[in-house]
Design a protein around this ligand. Structure first.
Ligand code: COA
Length: 186
């Protein structure tokens, strides 16, 4: 029997629902887009089977107790259009850390959606997961995502040199984070 209880969250304009195998095609199409992959270590999948192999453990992780990771599909509330994905990785309970990520279809960039969902993930982290600190890593040249992390009140805590393997090169990464008692305007 499947006892999965999936976590759905909402913002003003978005609904985030945990991914299922029915999202395979949309996620595959997203992962095929070079703009989406530019600062990502995943690389463009060669076949849909490759995306399925990526998705399978994500779905299996929904059965873990306690949960250590979440991946949501992001859809527009008004039209139900799939616009991307977002996720969380959680540390064990002692450290109370969580790390967020997001990637959206370029057709929807520049509308504040990433900022809107990232704020919601931070609040979820503190209020629902009971975290102490929410973190995010970003390639140093990923100016759009850096802007998102700064808009949600994260602090750049450091530079991690050459930790991202991207298209045969080692790429630098900034480490960003927000503490539970850091100032937030949301
Ligand atoms: C990063 C990403 C999620 C941003 O999504 P989005 O919905 O367009 O983000 P928002 O609209 O909330 O905010 C983007 C900000 O970047 C700014 N921006 C856009 N292009 C920019 C540029 N070339 N230089 C500087 N800032 C830029 C926008 O103006 C906006 O800031 P503003 O509100 O102050 O004007 C999206 O570009 C994406 O999916 N990229 C590919 C995957 C990825 O890199 N994910 C992040 C991994 S850390």
């Amino acid at each position: 029997m499947n006892n999965r209880k999936l976590l759905e969250i909402e913002t003003d304009r978005l609904i985030l629902s945990e991914v299922t195998i029915n999202d395979l095609e949309n996620i595959h199409k997203l992962h095929l887009m070079p703009e989406v992959d530019e600062f990502n270590t995943m690389g463009i999948p060669k076949t849909i089977n490759e995306t399925e192999e990526f998705l399978q453990p994500v779905i299996e992780a929904q059965d873990a107790i306690p949960r250590a990771s979440y991946m949501w599909k992001v859809v527009l509330k008004n039209t139900n259009e799939f616009i991307g994905v977002a996720g969380y990785s959680l540390s064990n309970n002692k450290f109370k850390l969580g790390e967020i990520y997001y990637k959206l279809d370029p057709a929807y960039w520049g509308n504040g959606y990433a900022t809107e969902l990232a704020k919601r993930l931070v609040v979820l982290g503190f209020e629902y997961f009971n975290l102490h600190k929410v973190e995010a890593g970003v390639a140093t040249k990923n100016v759009k995502s850096i802007r998102v992390l700064e808009k949600i009140g994260m602090t750049r805590e450091g530079l991690r040199r050459k930790i991202l393997p991207i298209r045969g090169e080692w790429i630098d990464n900034y480490h960003y984070a927000i503490l539970e008692d850091d100032k937030r305007n949301y």
